[in-house]
Design a protein around this ligand. Structure first.
Ligand SMILES: Cc1cc2nc3c(=O)[nH]c(=O)nc-3n(C[C@H](O)[C@H](O)[C@H](O)COP(=O)(O)OP(=O)(O)OC[C@H]3O[C@@H](n4cnc5c(N)ncnc54)[C@H](O)[C@@H]3O)c2cc1C
Length: 344
C-alpha cells in the first residue's frame, strides 16, 4: 500500500547514522523527508565500528534491522594495559561489527528507496533552524589535543571479539567487521614533529603510545590503504545544547568512543524522536511543543549513561587515571555493568 505523504516536510541536516535512520523511519511512516549531507557515499569514517548497547527492537522499529544481516555478532571484550590482559567481560547482549563504509551507504540507499530526498555535498549553516528542521550533523568540531585514527586489516588475528588496549595517552580498539576484516581504531593525544603519512599514522601512533608489540603486528598485516583515515578537533564533553531545536545523535550528546555506545545513541535517539516528529508532520502537535517533548525525552533517556561515560573518559587517557582504572577495576569498583548495558 502506498502511504500518503505528510502535510509538512521534515528537513534533516546530516546524513550519518542518526539522520538517515530517522529519515528512513519517518519516510516509512508516511512523512516526507529531506536529508542534507555535507559529504557523499560510500566513505570511510574514523570509528571503532563496534556497535554496543542498541536494542534489536529499536533497529526493527526503525526498519533498518535487515541492513545488519552480515554484521559480526560480538560478545567478548578484553581490556589490556599495554599487552597485559586485566579484564574480560561478556556483554549482556550482542554488539555488532560492521564498517561505516558499508553501513552509511546502505542507510543512504535505504532512505532513497523509501522515497526520501537525499542531497549530498551540501553543507547547511548552523544558523538554519526553521520549523521542521532536525539537526543530526554530528559532534561540533572544536580544537582539542586528540586525534582519532583508523584502518582496516585483512589478516590480523584477535584473542577476543573486541581487544581494547590502554597505552600512553591513548586507547586502541580492534574488532572484526564484515568480510573477515579487522578494524583498528584509536584515540591518541596529538604529537607534534612525528613523521607519518596517512597510511603509517596509525601504527606510528600505536608505537608512540608504548604498544610496540601491537604496532609490529599492524605493520606486518595487510592494510586497506583507502580505509586509513584520521580526524582531529575531537571534543567529548559537549553539554546538550539548550537552543530551541531538535538535535539527535552526536549533535545531542557525544558518548566517548571507549564505550562503543555512540552509534547506539544515534539509533536510539532517532527512535525516541521519531513519533513526536511524525505527529508534528501530520499536524497533530505544533513545532514548539514537539521541540520541547523531544528535548525532554532525550535528556531523560540518556542522562545517566552520558554522565557515567564522561566521568570515566579522562581516566582512560592519563597515566595515573589508567593505573587507577586498572586497580579499581580489579577491586570491582568501576561500574562496568552500567557501561556494558544498553544505552536506553
Ligand atoms: C575515534 C572514534 C572512535 C569511535 N568508535 C566508536 C565505536 O566503536 N562505537 C560506537 O558506537 N561509536 C564510536 N564512535 C562514535 C560514533 O562514530 C558516533 O557516535 C556516530 O558516528 C554518531 O552518529 P551521528 O549520525 O550522530 O553523527 P555522524 O555519523 O558524525 O554523522 C553526521 C553527518 O552530518 C554531516 N554534516 C555535518 N555538518 C553538516 C552540515 N553543516 N550540513 C550537512 N551535513 C553535515 C557529516 O558529513 C556526517 O555525515 C567513535 C568516534 C570516534 C571519534
Amino acid at each position: 500500500m502506498k502511504l500518503l505523504s505528510s502535510a509538512k516536510e521534515i528537513r534533516i541536516v546530516g546524513g550519518g547514522l542518526a539522520g538517515l535512520s530517522l529519515g528512513i523511519a519517518l519516510q516509512k511512516r508516511g512523512v516526507s523527508t529531506k536529508v542534507i549531507e555535507a559529504g557523499s557515499y560510500p566513505r570511510h569514517k574514523v570509528c571503532g565500528e563496534f556497535i554496543s548497547g542498541v536494542s534489536s527492537s529499536t533497529l526493527e522499529a526503525l526498519e533498518i534491522a535487515p541492513l545488519f544481516s552480515d554484521a559480526i555478532r560480538h560478545r567478548k571484550v578484553q581490556w589490556r594495559l599495554g599487552e597485559r590482559v586485566f579484564r574480560e567481560d561478556r556483554l549482556p547482549q550482542d554488539a555488532l561489527g560492521i564498517s561505516r563504509y558499508a553501513l552509511d551507504n546502505r542507510l543512504a540507499r535505504e532512505f532513497e528507496n523509501a522515497g526520501g530526498r537525499l542531497e549530498t555535498n551540501q553543507r547547511a549553516g548552523r544558523e538554519e533552524n526553521g520549523e521542521g528542521t532536525i539537526w543530526a550533523a554530528g559532534r561540533v568540531a572544536e580544537p582539542s589535543k586528540w586525534i582519532g585514527l583508523k584502518a582496516h586489516f585483512e589478516d590480523l588475528s584477535l584473542d577476543s571479539d573486541l581487544e581494547l588496549r590502554l597505552g600512553r595517552g591513548a586507547y586502541v580498539g580492534a574488532s572484526k567487521i564484515e568480510d573477515g576484516k579487522v578494524n583498528v581504531c584509536g584515540l591518541f593525544r596529538k604529537r607534534i614533529g612525528i613523521e607519518t603519512s596517512r597510511t603509517t599514522a596509525l601504527s606510528s601512533y600505536v608505537r608512540i603510545a608504548g604498544l610496540e608489540g601491537f604496532a609490529d603486528r599492524l605493520e606486518s598485516s595487510s592494510m586497506n590503504p583507502q580505509s586509513a583515515s584520521g580526524v582531529a578537533a575531537l571534543a567529548f564533553a559537549k553539554i546538550v545544547d539548550a537552543s530551541n531545536r531538535i538535535q539527535i545523535g552526536d549533535a545531542f550528546g557525544v558518548m566517548p568512543p571507549f564505550t562503543g555506545n555512540g552509534m547506539s545513541l544515534a539509533f536510539e535517539s532517532a527512535y525516541v524522536a521519531a513519533p513526536f516528529i511524525e505527529e508534528y508532520a501530520k499536524e497533530k502537535r505544533d513545532w514548539q511543543e514537539t521541540v520541547k517533548a523531544v528535548q525532554t525525552s532525550l535528556a531523560k533517556t540518556f542522562a545517566a549513561k552520558l554522565g557515567a561515560s564522561r566521568f570515566l573518559h579522562p581516566w582512560i587517557h592519563s597515566q595515573w587515571g589508567q593505573n587507577a582504572f586498572y586497580l579499581l577495576s580489579k577491586a570491582r569498583l568501576v561500574p562496568f555493568k552500567m557501561l556494558l548495558s544498553k544505552v536506553r
